[in-house]
Design a protein around this ligand. Structure first.
Ligand SMILES: Nc1ncnc2c1ncn2[C@@H]1O[C@H](COP(=O)(O)OP(=O)(O)O)[C@@H](O)[C@H]1O
Ligand SMILES: [Mg+2]
Length: 362
């Protein structure tokens, strides 16, 4: 079932005015110079769908307009499910938030899903292993509640083991012996899911890389884990044997929490081998592959929020990216401050264009 955002109006959301944005079901372009509110519009949409920002540690005090008279942010939207329109609104203050679907108060989130594509993520992804781990964990969790709950169980047992290793209560060795079988079990379950999702994701990667970027290269993701195809007993034994070392380190020195995902470009490690432009293309291909997998799982696409990704790509790649977006029937909101990329986007006839100045739609 296709779900789209048809209309949106926000009140007291950062610098945005109370304009009503009426979106197209396919491509929406948001133009404007730096600091005028383009990203804020994407953030408002993300907020509406997820009830939180895509930014970390960002909550009500940062988001409420500094000029607001009343400490309250209002969201008013119309959602389109297939051809059925209904209102979805929200009221958010420091203490609580209330949401209404079809004018009835609700705890349930609407069926509105988003994927946010941020240019900084490409840099972080290519330089910080912990970022990659969190990135995959968060994307896979959105695809599957089983992944989410297995990840939580794994993290809880690891955290407990680490706190025993660092605080050393009187019987900590016995307690570690008691928790290790559980940690081993959770390790194997989580790793199995990771490999399954990676295999599914990889089915789309190379094809999308070729479709969007005209590249005859191959894109693969390799998860480097010592525990690959190990049984629960073998992993348990490994934890057991690592205990003396872990005691010296005051933490669990090795486990899948240290595994790294390596993006492979024609078999080369993309983090060391690729140019910034190639890294951007690889990263975008990976996200679009994820979006295809998302659709395969949920039978509908998410709303794709793309915050200025034009940097480092040449004009041929821009054109390919636009052709890809035109071809795919998902709803996309794409921003840019780059004049040349703007001209390319402006030439898409069927797209909707928003020109933002100082929080107002011109
Ligand atoms: N809480 C807030 N209240 C009012 N204005 C804000 C608030 N938070 C950020 N802004 C303004 O929003 C602008 C940034 O908007 P942004 O959407 O990031 O710009 P861009 O168009 O470059 O993406 C800044 O100029 C900042 O002054
Ligand atoms: Mg911006």
């Amino acid at each position: 079932m296709e779900v789209k955002l048809h209309k949106l109006q926000v009140t007291n959301f950062r610098n945005l005015n109370t304009d009503v944005y009426e979106f197209s079901d396919n491509i929406n372009c948001i133009f404007g110079n730096n600091g005028n509110g383009k990203t804020n519009i994407l953030e408002a949409i993300h907020f509406l769908a997820n009830r939180k920002s895509f930014r970390k540690n960002t909550s009500f005090p940062q988001i409420i307009s500094i000029e607001s008279e009343k400490p309250e942010i209002l969201f008013s939207s119309i959602i389109k499910e297939e051809n059925n329109l209904f209102p979805y609104t929200g009221k958010w203050s420091l203490k609580n938030h209330e949401w209404y679907i079809d004018n009835k108060i609700t705890k349930k989130k609407p069926n509105l899903k988003t994927v946010f594509i941020n240019p900084f993520d490409s840099y972080s992804f290519h330089s910080i292993p912990a970022f990659r781990r969190e990135w995959f964990d968060s994307l896979f969790s959105k695809l599957s509640s089983e992944y989410k709950s297995t990840l939580k169980k794994f993290n809880d047992s690891l955290k407990f083991r680490n706190s025993l290793l660092s605080k050393r209560p009187p019987q900590y060795r016995d307690q570690i012996k008691a928790i290790d079988p559980l940690l081993a079990e959770n390790t194997v379950a989580l790793l199995k899911l990771r490999y399954e999702f990676l295999t599914e994701l990889e089915k789309y990667c190379t094809k999308i890389f070729r479709d969007i970027f005209d590249e005859v290269h191959e894109l693969k993701i390799n998860l480097d884990s010592k525990f690959k195809s190990k049984t629960v007993d073998e992993v348990h034994q490994f934890y057991n044997e690592s205990l003396p070392k872990d005691e010296i380190m005051f933490k669990t020195s090795y486990g899948i929490h240290r595994d790294d995902y390596v993006l492979q470009f024609d078999g080369f490690n993309s983090y060391e081998y690729c140019s910034l432009g190639q890294q951007k293309m690889s990263f975008l291909s990976l996200i679009f592959a994820y979006i295809e997998l998302f659709r395969y799982k949920f039978t509908s696409y998410p709303i794709v929020l793309i915050d200025d990704v034009s940097g480092e790509l040449d004009s041929r790649r821009w054109k390919n990216l636009i052709d890809y977006l035109k071809d795919k029937k998902f709803q996309v909101m794409i921003t840019t401050a780059n004049e040349n990329f703007r001209k390319k986007l402006e030439s898409i006839e069927e797209s909707k264009k928003f020109y933002i100045e100082n929080g107002y739609v011109k």
